[in-house]
Design a protein. Structure first.
Length: 120
């Protein structure tokens, strides 16, 4: 799979699965030994199961998410995708804006991802 197609699939799948709180579908985007860093000072999540557990945990206090992923910017085997989410967390409205950086393998699966985000 070419990187542009993989990146668009990544964005589309995350957008739909986040909206429906479906971490198992999101997990299909990653290799078994993928690494994900969710914030600069947190240790990375190593492996598909750890990534899935993190996503499940992050969805646990969130309700009614409205999720939008932008058009991926692609270079070689890498992509960057901005995203914007409005939801309620612990009953309070929250807005999250961020960007995910993805490295893909030749099969179009994510081997390494890093998010930078801010809530307000």
């Amino acid at each position: 799979m070419n990187t542009r197609d993989a990146a668009q699939q990544f964005a589309d799948t995350w957008q739909h699965a986040w909206t429906h709180h479906d971490p198992d579908t999101i997990a299909t985007l990653y290799t078994d030994d993928a690494q994900h860093t969710s914030a600069p000072f947190r240790p990375p999540h190593q492996g598909k199961q750890a990534i899935t557990d993190y996503i499940r945990w992050s969805f646990s206090t969130e309700t009614n998410p409205h999720v939008h992923f932008g058009t991926p910017l692609v270079d070689g085997d890498q992509a960057a995708i901005e995203y914007h989410v409005t939801a309620h967390e612990n009953g309070e409205p929250v807005t999250l804006a961020g960007c995910v950086f993805i490295y893909f393998n030749q099969d179009g699966l994510a081997v390494k991802t890093r998010d930078y985000w801010h809530t307000g």
